[in-house]
Design a protein around this ligand. Structure first.
Ligand code: PGA
Length: 249
């Protein structure tokens, strides 16, 4: 059985004051069955890790460099994330692919670096609206998966997030049938490449405008093992009902 998972991606939001939300989440989520991972800005990592240290909530980064150290001004290595208290890192988010022109090959190199440092990776894939309208969704997802996911992936070191780019932060959500189609496809791709054991143990998260009002429906979809949540993870008030819906699914 795959443990359900809720990941909060705080993106470039939050200063020290935002830790009150994490405190409230930790206080409320003692009994949650789902695994909960919060990925705050790098500046908050060690303070966030401190806030959740007596809870089951884990802390993750939002990106790392593929190199272990060196002359890369402004970048952060996987080992540094780990040292700051992270146990995981989001890689290949569409905002990084778009804002920083990250290719799937670069994402794959970062994934290797993260595994080397002992971090679990939450790897994001997903099509743009133009790609969907051209009927290319499955081809795009297949190509991203192929290059972003290195050999050596297991259900322990890898979580995959399907995030249609046109759904992120827009309030637009694919139909449940569209979500099912892509999630079933990803599971099948993993089976072909890595075998049934890896495919069956790897969590597949849906991401893109997940809110308290649509979470239960999305969590009922075949092969959806949880969610990667942006906007609605910023407050305990919105994130807690999403976790409750996941626990009830
Ligand atoms: P959203 O973001 O929930 O605000 O749409 C999801 C994400 O980018 O991970």
């Amino acid at each position: 059985m795959r443990q359900k998972m809720a990941v909060g991606n705080w993106k470039m939001n939050g200063t020290g004051a935002a830790l009150a939300e994490l405190q409230a989440l930790a206080a409320a989520q003692g009994a949650a069955r789902a695994e909960i991972l919060i990925c705050p800005a790098a500046t908050l990592l060690s303070r966030a890790a401190d806030v959740v240290k007596d809870s089951s909530i884990a802390i993750g980064g939002q990106n790392c460099h593929a190199a272990t150290a060196g002359a890369h001004t402004g970048d952060i290595s996987a080992e540094m994330l780990k040292d700051a208290g992270a146990s995981a890192v989001i890689l290949g988010h569409s905002e990084r692919r778009a804002d920083h022109a990250e290719s799937s090959e670069e994402v794959g190199a970062k994934v290797c670096a993260a595994w080397e440092a002992g971090l679990m990776t939450v790897i994001c894939v997903g099509e743009t609206l133009t790609e969907r309208e051209a009927g290319d969704t499955l081809n795009v997802v297949a190509a991203q998966l192929k290059a972003s996911l290195p050999d050596g992936a297991t259900g322990e070191n890898t979580v995959l997030a399907y995030e249609p780019v046109w759904s992120i932060g827009t309030g637009k959500v694919p139909s449940l049938a569209q979500i099912a189609k892509v999630h079933n496809f990803i599971r099948a791709e993993l089976t072909t490449r890595f075998g049934a054991e890896m495919a069956e143990s790897t969590r597949l998260l849906y991401g893109g405008s997940v809110k308290p009002g649509n979470a239960a429906q999305i969590f009922a979809v075949s092969n959806v093992d949880g969610a990667l949540v942006g906007g609605a993870s910023l407050t305990a008030e919105e994130f807690i009902p999403i976790i409750s819906a996941l626990d009830a699914s």
